[in-house]
Ligand binder design. Structure first.
Ligand code: SF4
Ligand code: SF4
Length: 378
């Protein structure tokens, strides 16, 4: 058993394979303050990749309401049970057990959802954390009533539990971009990956009798394009790119800037030990205890930084957020220039330019040229 270093928890974790970091690592940042649960991402993914027989209940991208929504049912409640009392942070270092520490009999500590756990992806939608009396007025912010939407895809983990658990070595992580794929020819449908993945993002196809999962839209990524769920996002909450490990963080790389420099985007349940590569800007309306359990000890700093940004005290961060949803191309670096934020591709060629303030025009009440009066202008 190899020992591999996980920078998210500043600890080594046991892993069945020697690890070599990929040349590039696929990563997505999602700003949870902006998701409106429109499910456009879910539908875009569904119609692109999982319209087939046996995939009826597969949502490689799903959006659930926290704290009462789950897909599959109770997935993170079960994760907390699996990790149990063994979760222990010492400052920003995780000193507890991860799922990769396994059990007496298994490589990965996991649990297997029942078939019916997958059939209510919108359970708990829009439910707040506790009952609210009719007529309640919430005046102060933050207030005790809260919920938020959590969009989820496969995390294309640096140390994937699905890879560790597969007895057929049918799952692999691509060296060129870190995307994790299942080889349908090698998969025999044992579902060890379904049981092992703590995020429950490997799913069984009961017709094809194999496991299937999010493929990171690799045919798009190979062409320098961001995935379907990212570019269709109505709320413009997502940005896909490539992340470096912290010692190689590049300030001009948008993902590195958000994760390593500003530390405003955090991994989901880093205590799994897998080094998941979808990073979330936590919602600022949610109690810190909940956020710390879900995103680790960096939650307080992330929320404070985001609030500063909203107050205009983080102009570079504010500018970068304008690039979310601004282009279908993968932005490899960014820069600010005279009231605009500019995105560049891997060759340093400009691919997008967004003004930081939306230009607007005031039209005269009476248009002399057309000889008309506009009724909708005061
Ligand atoms: S999220 Fe799950 S399915 Fe995706 S790479 Fe990680 S362990 Fe594998
Ligand atoms: S498309 Fe964007 S805003 Fe809509 S549910 Fe998906 S992540 Fe949220």
């Amino acid at each position: 058993m190899a020992k591999v270093y996980n920078w998210q928890i500043k600890s080594e974790v046991p892993y069945p394979y020697e690890h070599k970091r990929p040349q590039k690592q696929f990563a997505v940042v999602m700003d949870l303050n902006k998701c409106i649960a429109c499910q456009t991402c879910t539908v875009a993914c569904k119609t692109t990749w999982t319209p087939g027989r046996g995939q009826e209940y597969q949502l490689w991208n799903n959006v659930e309401t926290k704290p009462n929504g789950f897909y599959p049912l109770g997935w993170d409640v079960h994760l907390m049970e699996v990790l149990g009392e063994n979760q222990k942070w010492e400052g920003d270092r995780y000193a507890g057990k991860t799922v990769l520490d396994g059990t007496e009999t298994e490589q990965v500590a996991g649990w297997m959802p029942d078939d019916l756990d997958w059939i209510n992806p919108n359970i708990g939608e829009d439910e707040v954390n506790e009952p609210v009396d009719i007529g309640t007025v919430l005046e102060k912010f933050p207030h005790p009533i809260w919920m938020f939407y959590l969009p989820r895809i496969c995390n294309h983990c640096t140390y994937p539990a699905c890879v560790a658990a597969c007895p057929r070595q049918a799952i692999y992580k691509r060296q060129e971009d870190g995307i994790v794929l299942i080889d349908p020819e090698r998969c025999e449908g044992y579902q060890e990956c379904v049981k092992a993945c703590p995020y429950k993002k490997s799913m069984f196809n009961y017709v094809a009798r194999i496991s299937q999962k999010c493929i990171g839209c690799f045919p798009r990524v190979e062409q320098g394009l961001q995935p379907q769920c990212v570019i269709t996002c109505i709320g413009k909450i997502r940005l896909m790119g490539f992340i470096n490990p912290p010692e190689k963080a590049d300030r001009k790389n948008p993902i590195d800037f958000l994760v390593h420099i500003k530390k405003v985007a955090l991994p989901l349940y880093p205590q799994t030990g897998l080094e998941p590569n979808v990073y979330y800007i936590p919602p600022i309306n949610v109690p810190l205890d909940f956020l710390k359990q879900m995103f680790g000890p960096g939650a307080k700093h992330a929320v404070e930084t985001y609030i500063k940004m909203r107050e205009g005290r983080e102009p570079e961060l504010q500018a970068l957020l304008h690039l979310f949803g601004s282009t279908d191309r993968i932005v490899r670096s960014f820069a600010l220039s005279a009231g605009e934020v500019i995105g560049f591709d891997e060759k340093g060629v400009e691919i997008v330019r967004v003004p930081l303030v939306e230009p607007f025009q005031i039209r005269p009440h009476k248009d002399e040229k057309l000889g008309v009066v506009r009724q909708d202008i005061p």
